[in-house]
Design a binder for this molecule. Structure first.
Ligand code: UDP
Ligand code: MG
Length: 213
């Protein structure tokens, strides 16, 4: 009797714990594109750390605006206190329980900050890692810039810096999760719908169901 009550209480509490999938990969690997497809099919809320930072940069009166712009232009990583609090607020505001956290955690500071503030409040399901060559990523980002992305970092100079940060700071984070068996590696050099086929396998393997629409 008590056991049953405890079990249903624990399953109730489990359902309340927000579930998170981290989405990582080089700049231009296609994280954003795949996240919109995933959010449509699986009902996850797409939270792009980069988009949240760009929004905060534009917010009138933000004390972080200039610092964020400097980091973005130089391909450096914003201190985790800022990014983590934006992510946390967006999660709370959504009122939802399943999240794609796109472009985070990108370095040791990000990982430590998340572990400190959020790891106990959330359940990390897995890490989607989009693998794509530097040449192809550069071509995509420059194309995106030329097509009018309006991003202050889609130029060759910023891109070189973003890539260095990715190799030096983000790859070790991916390796950290790989050791825990949490990484689902996806070839991101093919067309978006082909990439999505592989993404679906990762979600289905985790027992996540598609929405019925
Ligand atoms: N950024 C950051 N912390 C994050 C995510 C992004 O500081 O957690 C900054 C960083 O300067 C990065 C830029 O925002 O180079 C753009 O990130 P975004 O994820 O939008 O770029 P993408 O990889 O999608 O091209
Ligand atoms: Mg992006």
């Amino acid at each position: 009797m008590l056991y049953r009550a405890l079990r249903s209480l624990s399953s109730y509490l489990n359902k309340m714990v927000p579930e998170v999938v981290f989405v990582l990969g080089a700049p231009g690997a296609g994280k954003g594109t795949q996240c919109s497809l995933i959010s449509k099919e699986y009902g996850f809320v797409h939270l792009s750390a980069g988009d949240l930072l760009r929004e905060e940069r534009q917010r009138p009166g933000s004390e972080y605006g200039e610092m964020i712009e400097q980091c973005i232009r130089n391909g450096e990583i914003v201190p985790v206190e800022v990014t983590c609090s934006l992510l946390h607020k967006a999660m709370q505001k959504s009122g939802q329980t399943r999240f794609l956290v796109d472009g985070f955690p990108r370095n040791k500071d990000n990982l430590e900050g998340w572990t400190r503030e959020m790891a106990d409040k959330t359940k990390l399901l897995f890490v989607l890692f989009f693998e794509c060559s530097k040449d192809l990523c550069t071509e995509r980002c420059l194309g995106r810039g030329a097509a009018g992305s309006g991003r202050s970092d889609d130029n060759l100079e910023s891109l070189m810096k973003r890539f260095n940060t990715y190799l030096n700071d983000t790859m070790p984070i991916i390796e950290h999760y790989e050791k825990q068996g949490l990484v689902r590696k996806i070839n991101a050099e093919v067309a978006p719908d082909q990439v999505f086929e592989e993404v679906k396998k990762a979600f289905n393997q985790c027992g996540l169901e598609k929405l019925n629409n």
